[in-house]
Design a protein around this ligand. Sequence first.
Ligand SMILES: [Zn+2]
Ligand SMILES: [Zn+2]
Length: 767
Amino acid sequence: MTAERRRRRLRIRGVVQGVGFRPFVYTTATELALAGEVGNDEAGVLVEIEGTAAALDEFADRLRQPPPAATVDSVECTDLAARDDTGFRIVGSIRAGGRTTVPPDAALCDVCAGELRDPGNRRYRHPFINCTGCGPRFTIAAGPPFDRARTSMADFTLCDSCAREYADPADRRFHAQSICCPGCGPVLTYSGAGTGDALADARALLRAGGILAVKGIGGYHLACDGADAAAVSELRRRKGRGDKPFAVMVPNLETAGQIARVNAASAELLTSAAHPIVLLPRRRCPRYDHGTDAAPSDLAEAVAPGSPDIGVMLPYTALHLLLFGLPGDPPGPRVLVMTSGNTGGEPICYDDEDARTRLAGLADARLSHNRRILVPCDDSVLRVVDDIGLPVRRSRGYVPVPIALPMAAPPTLAVGGDVKNTCVVASGRTAWPSQHLGDMDRPATLAAFETAERHLERLTRVTPARVVADAHPGYRSTGWARRHAGQREVRTVQHHHAHIAAVMGEHGLDPAETVLGFAFDGTGWGPDGAIWGGELLVAGYHGFRRLAHLKYVPLAGGDVTVHRPYRMALAHLWASGSGWPENLAPVRACPPAERAVLAHQLRTGLGCVPTSSMGRLFDAVASLAGVRHVVDYEAQAAIELEGSARDVPTGRAVYRFAVLPATEPAVIDPAPVIAAIARDASDAVPAGVIGARFHVAVARLVLELALGHAEITRTVVLAGGVFQNSLLLSTTRALLRDHGFTVRCPQRLPPNDGGLALGQVLAAGAN
Ligand SMILES: [Zn+2]
Ligand SMILES: [Zn+2]
């Protein structure tokens, strides 16, 4: 007697397209002698499977160990009538209802890297080698589902050998949508003079100290030899870059370990499928030496002048590996500066025609190819805090992976904020954050925003019925939302409420939950017209109450003071009644004429806006400690203050904020902290010690406020760009946990304004 046959339909959701999932299903079903078929549709993967109940159960078990790049979110199972099916088939994409996204771009896998180096392989040295588990996805896809015909690989007709691999269920490139080889794939071109071997010529240019534009996955990079001080300085000059650190690419983890401190957690991130830039503590840095066992550094100081960290990534395409050279090639650079192909603040250049003109003055030559990039996407940036990845910029390798929402949202577009802009499209229980788009004061960013937003709607098939924006009436993003809303409803959300709601959302906190939300950042519009940024809110998705904030100090002249932390130090000294003694560094840094004008402004309030910004307080302290008086890029002063303070003991002395609880909101007065720092600075206490004491003071302030409101809830959210500071985040989190608080921090989206849009979706509420 044969066992009774059954048939089931399995609907599998998650990251299951373009990751070798159908071949995996095929192989598994074939091994278990099951009949049926598998196909992609817009909701994910659909399997119909027929066989004995035992084999079907075994099949369901094996689905729990999918291929490495795949993530199964859910499997829905329906029983069907058996129909004596035989054989198992992969069918083309099924276009039905429902939604799925295209998978994110995945870095070159180890097997493909091995084939690249194997002279016996037919893809030896092929710059575009990829497989079902690796290669470009999001950046070459016109829309879902992820099929070759809907990608820029449709420009290339498969040769017979590739077609055979594509059709062979036993091949590891079975149904690999971007499959190609030297005979049928994209072709490299080099714009400069040389031997005609594009790669050899490009490597020669880099060796000679030239600047090379390289077409990558999500756009063009500008590359030069990271050990060549003259080349790095020239790249800085051409980009108009100032002191902002460049990221580097190194050929392997070993080289990464020679220029920076790499631990197990950062190594895991560096080698993950996303291959992001990871910010690592530098070795052999003139100002901060993190680690005494340093090998000689290959890094020119001009790569990241004065920065305690260095952004490092590993090669994520075959082309990158070939730039460093394979065995037998003349030695290439050991460290490559790899910076976005653009001039400061503009969106990354990705179109070949655009590259020809925009990069002409920046690069000495272009190494390009004829596979079109359909969607620009910058490199992602993370740092590692307490062995956990903290996103600073979520882009290539992560987008368009959706985030599950704790409650259903109507079809929504949230436009984010004006700096580090990203937008979010959401519907039901799902939200899709866009890639990093940039600062909205650039007209080109606004254009990139519109393109990205339309593409995200196409990809997700969501037609937003509601538009959500920041409550700041002067934000360009808010203005865009109002101009483009048409008949749709526009809602606005207070900046810091959105920051807190975003963190609640990514942790899936219940809609009924209330948290103590600390939102510390540089700038956010408050409903009282002040610039907020040192805020304790008791918040849920639906609203908030301001429990405490840093005491307002006058921000004189807005941007001028943001760029000159010594002015913020003088404002805080003035507000604390400490005076401006000549022996203090910020006082000396401020020219006497400017000092006179500033004093007048502070006295009269002329051209001043009150601010409770924690970011500006970090600026003031950095200047008081003598670390940095004028900044060249955002958060530079705070970053260098943190760098000087890492691993530095605080000694006995502590700084303490005064909390004036008589009012609600309570006012946190930094005056005692400022006065103590002024005393320490006068006594020539080292900057690192002042920095360390200040970080501890802020962490203790958070604890004190949390304890004071613990009767409301013991769940604390830490949000806002100030918490990108790893020393502050780590110290604060540890203190809170020691006192029994549950601490929620950003993990999937950046703490900075790049994470704002998700919070806007949630804070705008359900229908
Ligand atoms: Zn591969
Ligand atoms: Zn081929």
